[in-house]
Design a protein around this ligand. Structure first.
Ligand SMILES: Nc1ncnc2c1ncn2[C@@H]1O[C@H](COP(=O)(O)OP(=O)(O)OP(=O)(O)O)[C@@H](O)[C@H]1O
Ligand code: SF4
Ligand SMILES: [Mg+2]
Length: 364
C-alpha cells in the first residue's frame, strides 16, 4: 500500500520477540537524523516495555496507560504527543516511580540505564532519581517555592543530593548552570515572582539538569508561555541537550513543538501508543494512523495559517473507565469499518512507522 511495505505484528509478545531477535531499539526501526542531527547512539537510556497503569477512583478503574513500549537511546530526544487525558503525564510519573497512591502499575517494566526502576529499593531510588533521571513537571511554573530565593533552592538541592560538595563548590556549579541557561548569576538573589515566566522556566530546566542526569523528562515545559518565549525555550533545550548530551522524553499536546524538537515521536490515544516512528516519517505524506492524520490536519503550518483550512478531530476522547470495544478510536474514526468495532487492532509496521490499526487490511 502506497508503495510502503506492511508487516503485521499481532501481539505485544510477538513484537517484543521480534525486537529481541533483530536487536531493534527505539520506537522505530531505523536511525534518523530529523529534525536536528541526532547524536544518539544505540545505547538505551530508557526502556519502557508493555507498561500499563490503572487508576482506581470511586470504585472505578481507568486504564490510563495501556501496553506502552518504547526506548529512548543515548543523546536522543523522543516526543510523546496526544490530546488531553491520553495518559502522557501518567506515563511520565510511572517512569519516575512517582505515581499517586490510587495508581497501580498493572503490567510491564521501566528500565533506566538497564536498571529496573520498580525493582530498586527506596534507598536506591532516592540516590538515583534526579541524579540519573529527572523531570520538569507540567505545573513547573508553580514548582518554585515563592518565599525562597533561587540560590537557596539550588543550594538545598545540592545539600540533599551532593553532600560531598562544599558550599563554595556548589555555588560555582550553580553559577555555571545559570550561565548555561543564559541568566545572569545576579538573579540568584531574587525570588521567583521577580522573574518572567520564561526565566523561571529556564531555571527549572537548569534544576532538572543540575545533577547531570542521563535522562530528563519534560512534561509540557512550554505550555504556559507565549509562542515567542516558547520557541526560545525549545531552542535552549536543544542547545543544552546537545552540549550536555543527555536524553530527553519531551511531552506535549502540540504536534508542531514535538516535530520541531524531537528525533522520534510516539502518538498517544486513550492510553495507547497508536503510532510511532522517526519525525521525518511522521511528517511525511503516506499511510498514518487515522488519529495522527487528525492531529496533522488540526495543526497549523505556514500553508494552513487560514483557520478555515484547519480541521479538528470530531468527537471527544473516550471515558477511560469505559473504553469502546475493538479499537478505542472507532467512534471518532472517519474510516472505521465493522471490524474496528468488534476486534482490537494488532500492531503493524509500515515502512519506518509502527501503528495500531486495522487499516492496512482494508481494500482502499
Ligand atoms: N490521580 C488520578 N486519579 C484518577 N484518575 C487520574 C488521576 N490522574 C489522572 N487521571 C486520569 O488518567 C487519564 C490520563 O491522565 P493524564 O494526566 O496522564 O493525561 P495527559 O495526557 O497528561 O493529559 P494533559 O494533556 O491534560 O496533561 C485521564 O483520564 C485522567 O483523568
Ligand atoms: S482500527 Fe479502524 S477505527 Fe481504529 S484507527 Fe484504524 S481504521 Fe480507525
Ligand atoms: Mg499531562
Amino acid at each position: 500500500m502506497n508503495g510502503q511495505s506492511v508487516t503485521k505484528e499481532r501481539t505485544p509478545g510477538e513484537r517484543a520477540a521480534k525486537q529481541r531477535a533483530t536487536g531493534v531499539q527505539g520506537i522505530r526501526e531505523s536511525a534518523a537524523t530529523e529534525p536536528t542531527k541526532t547524536m544518539a547512539s544505540a545505547d538505551p537510556v530508557l526502556e519502557v516495555d508493555g507498561l500499563s497503569v490503572v487508576y482506581e477512583s470511586n470504585g472505578q478503574l481507568a486504564n490510563a496507560v495501556n501496553d506502552v513500549s518504547f526506548t529512548v537511546n543515548q543523546g536522543q530526544i523522543v516526543g510523546l504527543v496526544g490530546e488531553s487525558g491520553s495518559g502522557k503525564s501518567t506515563l511520565a510519573y510511572a517512569i519516575m516511580r512517582l505515581l499517586p497512591a490510587n495508581a497501580l502499575v498493572a503490567d510491564g517494566s521501566v528500565r533506566i540505564m538497564g536498571e529496573d526502576v520498580y525493582r530498586m529499593s527506596d534507598e536506591q531510588l532516592r540516590s538515583t532519581r534526579w541524579k540519573r533521571f529527572s523531570m520538569v513537571f507540567q505545573s513547573a511554573l508553580v514548582a518554585l517555592n515563592p518565599v525562597l530565593t533561587i540560590e537557596w533552592q539550588f543550594m538545598e538541592m545540592f545539600r540533599i543530593h551532593r553532600p560531598d560538595m562544599s558550599r563554595a563548590e556548589a555555588r560555582r556549579h550553580i553559577v555555571g548552570l545559570m550561565e548555561l541557561v543564559r541568566i545572569h548569576p545576579d538573579r540568584l538573589k531574587t525570588y521567583p515572582h521577580e522573574l518572567s515566566g520564561g526565566m523561571r522556566q529556564r531555571i527549572i530546566i537548569a534544576m532538572a539538569i543540575a545533577l547531570d542526569p542521563d535522562l530528563v523528562i519534560m512534561d509540557e515545559p512550554t505550555t504556559a508561555l507565549d509562542s515567542v518565549v516558547q520557541r526560545d525555550i525549545l531552542l535552549e533545550i536543544r542547545r543544552i541537550q546537545q552540549s550536555r548530551k543527555f536524553s530527553v522524553l519531551f511531552i506535549s499536546h502540540d504536534l508542531r513543538l514535538v516535530q520541531f524538537l524531537c528525533h522520534e515521536i510516539g502518538v498517544m490515544y486513550a492510553g495507547r501508543m497508536v503510532e510511532s516512528g522517526p519525525t521525518s516519517a511522521i511528517k511525511a505524506a503516506g499511510l498514518h494512523h487515522p488519529y495522527t492524520e487528525g492531529l496533522i490536519a488540526a495543526t497549523p503550518t505556514l500553508a494552513k495559517r487560514d483557520r478555515a483550512l484547519l480541521q479538528g478531530i470530531g468527537g471527544q476522547p473516550p471515558d477511560l473507565t469505559r473504553l469502546p470495544g475493538g479499537c478505542a478510536f472507532h467512534p471518532r474514526c472517519p474510516i472505521a469499518r465493522p471490524v474496528c468495532k468488534s476486534t482490537a487492532p494488532g500492531r503493524v509496521t509500515v515502512g519506518e512507522l509502527n501503528m495500531l490499526c486495522h487499516r492496512t487490511g482494508f481494500d482502499e
